[in-house]
Design a protein around this ligand. Sequence first.
Ligand code: ADP
Length: 297
Amino acid sequence: MHFWQTPSFLFLMMGVVIVVAMVGIYFVASSYDSAEVLIISEATAVVVLFTIGNFIIRIVDEIIGANRMKTEFVSVASHQLKTPLAEINWQIELLLSKFPGGLSEKQQMLIGQIAHSSQKMSRLVNDLLDVARIDRGKLAMNKEDVDLCKTIAEAVANQRPFALASGVELRLSCPITSPRVLADKKRLTVVLDNIISNAVKYTKSGGVAEIFLEAGGGTIQVCIRDNGIGIPAYEQHDIFKKFFRGSNAMKNNTDGTGLGLYIAKNIIEQLGGRLWFQSVENVGSEFFFILPIIKRV
Ligand code: ADP
């Protein structure tokens, strides 16, 4: 699309045309003492404005249509990728379970690498599907009674091997009576996986990532704190944008898509909560989210 076809340029032109038309009509009205001339000049101005307005609406329609097609393409492509990926994962598991003794160490290592790559691809496909659902406003959400501490403990357990391999200590402190929240357990797990894995991924070996809860006024606040690389101040306003990755994050860790926080924020907001963060570069980051607690009467 050329610059002169963009809606902002056309709106600017429309503004200019309105000013010129008003000034023109004023001069016409003051120079000619005739109602016909005034009506004709006003009608001409209205036709010109109407044509430009129509043009703008058509272009905006085209942009919306192209965006919808892009979202649909991502959704269809991701759906098509899901089946072969599931098959690959299944065949790998079969291979490992059928010939555990018959495979050499090297073969096991290579199959392990294939499994790792295909799991990464499955995660990416799931993320793309979630993004397409969010963009179409169709991210379905179950509302069920969820044991928050149990769900967090499971998410922490998921990330333990990764933390261990990265040399990052993972701590969790939960109150004795776990709060219960009205949420979608599967989607809440996605949020926790994304934020906790980020805390580990963006923290150097020897660092700490901790998760703790704070209750207050009908909500529960979850905090995920790390003493990692932090987020540069000038990039903090972009952190929840789709596909955005921080410059220091890309330098330190090439693995990432910039979709995790976009998805997490949308899920928490759809659950009636809020997600935010504070961070200082080279000091660390804290991500917080609140969810409404289920009150027992
Ligand atoms: P990804 O981790 O795949 O790049 P995310 O959407 O999860 O994408 O995060 C977006 C960006 O936010 C990251 O690329 C990184 O720059 C920044 N970020 C998120 N969490 C942290 C963290 N705990 N510490 C430092 N930077 C973070």
